[in-house]
Structures are given as C-alpha cells and as structure tokens.
Design a protein around this ligand. Structure first.
Ligand SMILES: [Zn+2]
Ligand SMILES: [Zn+2]
Length: 1039
C-alpha cells in the first residue's frame, strides 16, 4: 500500500490487518492457530477486563482527590480569618451613651444621635481611584509625569482654594482590595475576613448592620447607578424606578458603565428632580477597567481621569446647598493596574468631600494643602461610616470600628472642638457597646481588652470632669476627643489581632490528612511491585469500607460530645478512617510492597529536586524567586539528560538523546525570556510579558509570536510523528489543516484584540468585539469538539503494507514474518504513544487561545519540550522511573510563570473569562480563567500517560498499570509541594509576609493540586481509555 492510496477507515484498518494476516496464513497454509471463535471470546473478555480495571483506577484516583479536598478544606477553614458576625442593629432612638447638652435624640429628620449637617448626599465611587492620581505631580529630574499624573486636578484644586467647602485625604483600604470586600467595609465599618475574598465572583447580601440599611429603615430614598455588585450586597434597598445597574465584570469595556451612570445622574441632580431622592450612589468602573486592561501608564487612563474630572466640575455646578458630595476610590491599583493584595499602591485610595456651603475646616492651617503622599494624615476607609452616618443624621452601624474624620466636624473656622469631642465620644461609645456584645457572644475575657477598657475609663473620666461646661477650653476638648479616638484605635488594633486568630486544631488535622494521603499515594505510586490495575481493587474496597466506618464513628462522636464542632470531627474521622482502611489493603498485599525510595541515580535526582523545592518554600526569598529556581532545575535536568545519553550503547539512542536534551535546555532558556515580575522582585527583574512593566496589554510586536507558533510549531511536532512513521490517517488532517487553522485563528483573535485595544479602527469596536468572540468560540470548537471526535473515532495512526518475501524492511516495522510474504505495519513501534499524544495536541490548541501572545509562545515551547521529553525518556530507558512525571511537574510549574502568572492574587488574568464569551456565564467563565491560569500544569498533566506509552508496541502487557503509576507519581509531586506550602503557611502564620507571600503560595499550591487531580483523572486517564480501546480494537486484547 503506498502513500497515495486512500487511507483505510477505522474498521478498514482492522479488516486490512485481518485480511493480510489471513492471506499470509492461507499462502503459507500453516493453520496451527487458535480457532476464530475462541479468539473472539478471549478478545471480548480482554476488553471487558480492561474497561473494569480502568473504571477502578478512575475511582481510586477520585478517592485520592476527595482526600486532598478534605485536607485542604479543613486546613483552610482554620487558617483563614474568622469573625463572629453580630446580628445587632443600632437604633435611632437608642444612642450608645447619654447625649450631651440639650439635644433630644431619636428623630431621623433632625439627626438621630446628633444634629445632622446635610439633608442629602451624592456618593460617587470611582473604582480604583488611587491617591497619587489626584494630587499634582512634582517631577524630580529625570522623572517625567506619567499618563495617570495631573489628569484629575479638580479635587485637589478645590481642596486648596476652598478649604471650607472641600477636603482631599488619602483613604486607606483594608486588604483584600477587591471591590466586594471594600463595599462591605465602606458600609458596615468593620474589617474583612479573608474567607470572603474568594466570594468576589458571586457577592451575597450583607447580613450586618450597615449604612444603607439604616438609610432605608429611616425611609430615605436611595438611588443606585453603576456597578451591580451593590445589588448583590443590598438587594431591594434601592428605588427601583430610578436605579440602573450594570454588569461589573466586563473589564474590557471601559465606557458602558460610566456612560450609564453619567446619563442618569445629571437629570437627577437637576433642581426639578432633587425631590425624588435622598441619597444617590454612583459607582464608576472605567478607571478600574482601564487599569486592568491597559495599566495606569496608558493614554486611556489619562482620558478616563479627564472624563471624571469634567463630571465632577459639572456636578459641583449643579449641586444645591444642602447636599453633600463625596468622591472616593474603593482601593488603588498596582503598577500593572490590578488589585486584590495589600501593597501600598493597592490600598491607597483617595477621599474627597464637597459642600456648597461652608461646612468643613482644618484644625491647623498647614493642613489646607492635601498630603503630598498617602503616608501623611491618612484616614481609614471604615472612617467613612461614622462620618457619613453623623453628617446625615443616621445612627452609627452597630459593628463599626471607624472614627469620625476631623475635617468634617471641626467647623469652618477650624476650632469647633466641642463638636469634634461630641462625635468622637458618640462613635467611641458605640464601639464600646459593640465590644461588650462581641465579648459576650464569643466568650472572651476582659484581659484581652484591658488596655482598651482603661483608655475608655480615662476618656470618660475627662469628659465627666468637664461636666459639659460651656467654658471648656479648646485644649481640654481637643484632649477629650483624642482620648476617645485613642480608645477607638486601640479597639481596632485588638480586633485586627483577634480576627487574625487561627483555629490551630483544624489546621493540624488538615495537615495530617494531607500527609497521610501523601504517604498512601507515595506507596501506591512508587512502592508497589506488580500490575497496579490488578492491585487497585483491593485497596479501593478496603478504602471505601474504612471511609464508611470513619464517617459513622465521626457522627457518633459528634452526637455523644455535642460541644465538639461536628463538621470538623466528621471530616477528620472520615479521612483517617479511609486511610486506615487502605492501610489494611496494603497489608493484605504486603508481598507486593517494595521500598518506595528510589534505587537509581535518576530516582534520587527526582527526590532531591522535589524535597529541595518543598523546603525552599519556608523562605520568602525562595518563594519570590521560584520562577528562576525552576529554570535552573530544568536546565540541570537537560544537562543530565545529555550526559546520560552519551553513555547509551546504541548510537541512534545516543544521538537522539543528546539532540533532544540540548533542545530541551535551549527551549527552557528561550521560554525564560518571558517574565512577569512580582512586586517583591523589583528592581532585579524586568517584566517582558506585557508591553512594559506598567502595562497590562501586549506590545504590537508580540503579535508575531502566535503567528510564528501557528506556522512553525505544527511542523516541529509533526516530525515526532514522522520519526516513528505514525504520521498516518487522521493525524495528517489534524496537523496540516485543523490544528494549523486553529492556531492561525487564535493568532487572528489576538490581532483583533490588539486592534480593539489600540482603537485602530475607530467606530468598528463593536464589530471587532463580535468577530473576535466568534473566532474564539470557533477555536474551542476545533480544539475540543472536532478534536475529541477525531480522538474518539480515529483508528491508530498506522499504515499496513504487505510485501512478498525478499523485500527489505527495517526491523522495527515487521510484526508478522516468516514464509513467503510479510505484513509490515508502519508506525507499529509507537502505536500507543502516538495515539494518546494526540490528546495533548488538542488541549494545546485550547490552552494557547486563552493565553496572551507572549503566553502563546510559552505554551508552544512547553508543548515542544513535552515531545522532546518523551524522546529523552525513551532513549535513556527511563519510562519506569519517576523522571518523566516529575520533570512534567517542574515544566508545568515553570511555564505557569512564563505564561504571565505569579503566586499573587493580582496576577490572575480575570479578563481571560471574556475571550470566548462577552458576559459572565457559569460554569464557563471560571473554567476559562482556570484554563488561563493553570494552562501549563494542565497541559503537562495531560502528557503524563504518554511518558509510559511512547514507543510501546500494542501487545505490551501491564501498560494500563504503568499509566496509573506515572499519574500517581505526577500527582505525588504536586501533593508534596502542596503539603510543604500548607505546612509553611501554617507554621509562619505570624510572619509579617504571611498575606503577601506565604498565604498566596499556599492557595496556589492547593488549587494546582486539585486542578491537576481533576485533569489527571478525567482528561488524562479518561483519554487513555479511548486510546487503549482504539489500539485494542485493531490488535486485540492480550488480557
Ligand atoms: Zn473596585
Ligand atoms: Zn478592579
């Protein structure tokens, strides 16, 4: 059969094989083989046996996944900060302390606890308005103003020129700096708990006392415009006929939300409409989105800030005398325009208040100029809560911990210390009331707050000694208000420390579960001698029995001792029970156990690398420089591979091994050119992932990368198929047409995206957006829909030749020989490897699409390295060692960094959710973000079975067990890293760098482990089933 002849169909191939065999048999009239009937029955039995073994392996690894999830959950729930949420509400008629002077409290119209200052308020949130955006930039040579400098001068100018009408102050956010968390802080006045950070994707209603609820209960009409996060937090509180909410997650859209807010807010401010509302909340998102999309250092940011400046000028023109105007940022943004963490740039927002009538003042003339940096005279974001409550005559929300802002209460002359002392006392008294309730609810003793209580007594004593006399001096009153504020500050710091409490038993039990699971997996992956597919059923059965017994025991204990936390007890006993169960399973097959410690140099290299990596996570510098350390490990592996290849006896193996090892090192080096630096790596690191260090868009030249990938890479990978003569059948169509076309479309997607970003075709933005979304969906369809149907239905990538005796043929192709003719199967030697590796190429296409241009290059290199690794493993005969799965783990971890990620919250490329979709759709949007973030680890995990299948003939026994062993080893690598980062995070929980470095690394490790578990089980092991069935169909089952 020559190359031009039409390729046989799936059945056709089997038929051709059978026909050729039959012809050969007839020609040679040997007739000594088993009868066809018996053979068919044995074959069927082999297939059934395979399917059952495979199903058991899936169940076994799923069970490991469940244990990982339980361990991680238990640790995380003890590790992340917890706070008791009090249900109490403040009431207008019940001030926290007797009200000074002749004022009668209880009327929202006059002011609940204190006479109100304003009737109405317009509160504008400019999302991510960083403090340094709002103050003039005074360049020191050789610095030049950036795009974000001097673009919104109005706030500063009014504060300087009209200090009685306006003030501007740094406004410090409590991390995590995500909008949802900030809005909670800005309305309740309390501190965030870390667990809440994860719920940013789906906000839930606030169940604590808050300013919006207080306004609503006082029958104030609240209008909301802009970011729809508010509706998730405060469902039903807004005037539905006037309110307009907009989707907040489309970070690539800079204008829809802003234009919507502006369009609706000005008619409402118009004098003819002011009677329809009491408070307007306008939430602009353009600045934040410009940051996410372009970074602060971009003309789009200048334009956005100019637009905001213009809006505020117009608002001030229209404002009436009794309305307060507040403008603030909910957080800042880092150098790339992202936020979420606790770096200075992320927490430093701006606060500006404005009143037409003279209301505000400064206690010192030097305060007339707003602070030059956010380090001077900052106010906390929670300070807005008591300030706004008192100014609008509302009670202070029950859980508030903030303090009143001096500028708002000191009076136009800057000397109304009576007023300042009164509001400081009210605020402190509410905090005192809250503290008493909290202490009662949590069962705390008074020793933790002894200092705070004595500060409270001092302040009260000073107040009482004055007896409210009218002739108190400014100094005395100033002293009193400082004393109350000292109590507030002390309580705040106590709460910060208190809510940083960890539930150590939970954390320890979580670590124990992870450690025991690790031992189980280690023994399974490296300590079993024999066919894993045959040993797994007994382990699984015992494991399930243990799980059930453990769960029952936990239930029993938690009912018997009701003071124990039930969920904690049940999870712990279930996990320990199931591991105890599997241990009896291991005991049962103890003759098959061998030492899991390696017995070769290569094995020890793997152990050393993994242990070194794990130990290193104890040091912040190691964690910060993880990307560079992985680079060195991978290069070392390549060099060892080359040295080992030199020692091979077979000259072809020697040459191939050396070539692929050197290629592996070179590719690692090229990939290392792509970097995204984390803040702590500065100034010793240059980011190249985006156009510049201050940008979050790709440079135009980087578009060449996806095109290069599309034109060259399929040829390179094709050569691995050609090398073993497996470039046959549907794989030809795939490489030469579908894959290449998909890659070109993906490059086209990023070209359109750049065109859209750079506004190359003004007026066609909408068209570009629609086109690129369609293109992205098309690429996914090619990669996964077309890819999977090809993968599922195609025959092994082989070709069959029948030759008469005498024709020369190379030794690795002949399967049946003897007599006068021979059947030659081209690609026989690598039938398993080539068939399975198709899956890697499909997922490569899907992952490439969701990476930015630089990331497409990195993933392309990872793909190429994976195929080189197959060859290195094969030529050095390492497929039975842990080398392949461990190096794939290193490779996945390395390319995680090379695709523009870091173990930080702010490096998550949320906008990738919008590549194939224009709005958030569950579950797809989070899945796309996962595919973007962990694309490298996912691709490497899918490649694991190919390590043992590469260049394996169809009839080899025990291959499925070898696949299980490789997958087990690969998961083991990530499980060690996860256990190490978890233990270090727990151990270093009081470390200064916990939330900057150790905690994000622990969360990354946990998420990677769970992702790799899922991918290894359902994509890799699941894919192996399809591939084995296809090979078995043609060559039969060996049982
Ligand atoms: Zn925000
Ligand atoms: Zn944002």
């Amino acid at each position: 059969m020559d190359e031009d002849e039409p390729l046989p169909s799936y059945e056709g191939l089997a038929a051709a094989f059978a026909k050729a065999k039959a012809e050969k048999e007839r020609d040679e009239a040997q007739g000594l083989r088993a009868t066809t009937g018996n053979a068919a029955a044995a074959n069927k039995q082999g297939e059934v046996h395979f399917k059952a073994s495979h199903g058991i392996l899936i169940a076994f690894f799923s069970w490991i996944l469940a244990l990982h999830a339980l361990g991680i959950y238990l640790f995380t729930s003890g590790f992340l900060l917890t706070r008791l949420v009090l249900e109490h509400r403040s009431h207008c008629s019940v001030p926290p302390i007797d009200v000074a002077g002749s004022y009668t409290p209880g009327s929202p119209d006059a002011g609940c606890w204190h006479p109100k200052t304003f009737d109405k308020a317009i509160v504008i949130i400019v999302d991510a308005l960083r403090y340094d955006f709002t103050i003039p930039f005074h360049p020191t040579e050789p610095e030049k103003p950036r795009h974000f400098h001097n673009s919104i001068p109005f706030l500063y100018d009014t504060a300087v020129k009209h200090p009685n009408n306006a003030f501007l102050l740094p406004f410090i956010a409590d991390p995590p700096t995500t909008t949802l968390q900030r809005l909670k802080g800005l309305t309740t006045g309390t501190l965030p708990t870390f667990l809440d950070a994860g719920s940013n994707f789906a906000g839930t209603a606030i169940d604590e006392d808050n300013l919006i609820e207080q306004l609503h209960n006082a029958s104030k009409r609240i209008v909301h415009l802009g970011d729809d996060t508010w509706h998730a937090l405060f469902p039903g509180y807004f005037e539905s006929n006037l309110t307009h909410a907009y989707d907040s997650f489309n970070v690539w859209d800079l204008h829809t939300v802003d234009n919507g807010v502006t369009e609706h807010i000005f008619p409402l401010i118009h004098p003819s409409n002011t009677s329809q509302w009491d408070v307007i909340i306008g939430h602009y998102l353009g600045v934040d989105h410009a940051g996410h999309r372009y970074g602060p250092e971009h003309p789009a940011m200048t334009a956005k800030l100019n637009q905001m400046d213009d809006i505020f000028r117009r608002m001030v023109d229209q404002l009436d005398d009794d309305t307060l105007l507040v403008v603030m940022g909910d957080h800042g943004m880092d150098a790339k325009g992202d936020h979420g963490g606790e770096s200075d740039d992320e927490i430093q927002a701006a606060l500006w208040m404005y009143s037409k009538r003279d209301r505000f003042g400064r206690s010192s003339p030097s305060y007339n100029i707003p602070p030059a940096t956010a380090k001077e005279r900052p106010v906390s974001q929670i300070d807005l809560v008591p300030t706004l409550s008192i100014l609008l005559g509302m009670p202070i929300p029950f859980n508030n911990l903030g303090a009143p802002i001096e500028e708002a209460f000191i009076g136009p002359k800057g000397n109304d210390f009576q007023n300042l002392a009164t509001v400081s006392r009210l605020t402190a008294a509410q905090i005192h009331r809250y503290q008493q309730e909290y202490t009662r609810g949590k069962g705390l003793d008074d020793t933790t707050r002894a200092t705070a209580l004595s500060l409270w007594d001092t302040a009260n004593g000073a107040w009482t000694s004055l007896g409210g006399s009218k002739r108190s001096t400014h100094d005395q009153l100033h002293h009193i208000s400082s004393a109350f504020l000292a109590y507030q500050a002390e309580t705040l710091s106590i709460c910060r420390a208190l809510w940083a409490e960890f539930d150590v038993p939970r954390m320890l039990h979580g670590v124990q579960i992870l450690a025991l699971t690790l031992l189980t997996l280690g023994l399974y992956a490296r300590g079993l001698d024999g066919e894993r597919a045959e040993l797994t059923p007994i382990l699984l059965t015992r494991g399930i029995i243990g799980t059930l017994l453990g769960a029952g025991l936990g239930m029993g204990i938690s009912f018997a001792f009701s003071q124990l936390p039930r969920e904690h007890v049940v999870i712990y006993t279930t996990a320990v029970g199931s591991i105890a169960g599997i241990s009896t399973g291991f005991w049962h097959i103890r003759r098959r156990l061998v030492s899991p410690l390696p017995n070769s140099i290569w094995g020890w290299v793997c152990v050393t690398v993994t242990v070194a990596l794990s130990a290193g996570f104890a040091a912040n510098s190691f964690t910060i420089w993880e990307d560079e350390i992985l680079l060195h490990f991978l290069c070392t592996f390549g060099i060892l591979g080359a040295l080992s290849s030199f020692r091979q006896k077979n000259s072809i193996d020697r040459a191939l091994g050396c070539y692929h090892s050197i290629l592996f090192v070179v590719l690692t080096r090229i990939a290392s050119l792509s970097r995204l630096c984390r803040e702590e790596q500065m100034p010793y690191c240059v980011s190249t992932y985006y156009a510049s260090a201050n940008s979050s868009t790709s440079a135009t030249w980087q578009l060449a990368i996806p095109y290069t990938v599309a034109f060259l890479l399929p040829n390179f990978i094709r050569s691995y198929y050609k090398g073993t003569r497996n470039f046959q059948g549907s794989v030809v169509t795939w490489f030469d047409f579908a894959l290449r076309f998909g890659l070109l479309l993906s490059a086209a997607y990023w070209t359109l995206d750049t065109a859209d970003d750079g506004d190359w075709y003004p007026g066609y933005g909408e068209m570009l957006k629609t086109t690129k979304t369609i293109i992205a969906q098309l690429v996914f369809a090619i990669a996964l829909a077309f890819g999977y149907s090809t993968f599922a239905w195609s025959k092994p990538f082989l070709n069959i030749e029948t030759k008469t005796r005498g024709a020369t043929s190379s030794s690795d192709q002949v399967v049946a020989d003897g007599g006068t003719s021979s059947i030659t199967i081209l690609g026989y030697a690598n039938v398993h490897g080539s068939r399975y590796a198709f899956l890697v190429t499909m997922w490569f296409l899907a992952i490439t699409l969701v990476q930015k241009p630089m990331g497409a290059g990195a993933i392309g290199i990872a793909w190429w390295q994976i195929f080189s690794l197959f060859e290195i493993i094969d030529t050095n005969k390492l497929s039975d060692t842990p080398v392949g799965p461990v190096v794939l783990g290193l490779l996945g971890s390395f390319h995680f960094f090379k695709t523009g990620h870091q173990a930080t919250l702010s490096s998550i490329q949320w906008e990738s959710a919008f590549i194939p979709l224009r709005t958030i759709k569950y579950p797809w949007s989070p899945l796309v973000v996962v595919l973007n973030t962990f694309g490298a680890q996912i691709l490497c995990a899918i490649a694991v079975p190919a390590i043992v299948l590469w260049k394996q003939p169809p009839k080899k026994k025990g291959l499925l067990g070898d696949v299980a062993k490789a997958i087990g080893t690969h998961i083991l690598f990530y499980a060690v890293i996860n256990l190490a980062t978890t233990m270090w995070a727990g151990h270093l929980r009081r470390h200064l760098m916990l939330y900057r470095i150790f905690s994000p690394r622990f969360m990354t490790g946990a998420l990677v482990l769970l992702t790799v578990d899922v991918v290894a089980i359902f994509i890799a092991l699941g894919g192996a089933r399809i591939s084995f069935l296809s090979v078995g169909e043609v060559f039969g089952w060996t049982g």
